[in-house]
Every structure is written in structure tokens, then in C-alpha cells.
Ligand binder design. Sequence first.
Ligand SMILES: [Zn+2]
Length: 86
Amino acid sequence: MPTIPHNEANSQTMREVAEEITGTCKSLDDVLQEKFKDEGLTATDFDITLLGELDDMVMECQECNWWCETHDLDDDQICGDCRNDN
Ligand SMILES: [Zn+2]
């Protein structure tokens, strides 16, 4: 069983995680621990549906490793800035 279940309160916190990490190259685990106030948490402690909600909002560009809004990434998870460089 995941330590962090899918519920309304945690969904709200996930939206805060997405807001905080967008436009940065922070470690997701660091932000999750900061927001959920539980040292040692990793992505595997979270309900898969809850992580899915995060994926719908924000993803890490495979090229530059910055977090971007999911709709700004292409099918290969590459952000607009990296596409323009190529
Ligand atoms: Zn990029």
C-alpha cells in the first residue's frame, strides 16, 4: 500500500508541487518531501493515480531536465525551448 493515498487533500498538495516545480530543475523527490513534510519519501510512496495527476500537469524535459507544463512538451517529452534549439 502506498504511504500517500489518492484523496482531495493530497490532490491539492500535488497541485502545489506542480506549481512549485514548474520552470525549475529541482529534484521531484526534494519537492515532494518538502510539501508532504515526510523525510525520505520517494515517488514510489505515492498512489499511482495521484502521480498521474502530477504527470498531467508537469513533466521533466528529457533534453534539459527542466520541469515544464505537460502540454508544452512534445511526444518525446522535449520542451519548446529545446525544440527551437534544434
Ligand atoms: Zn528542454
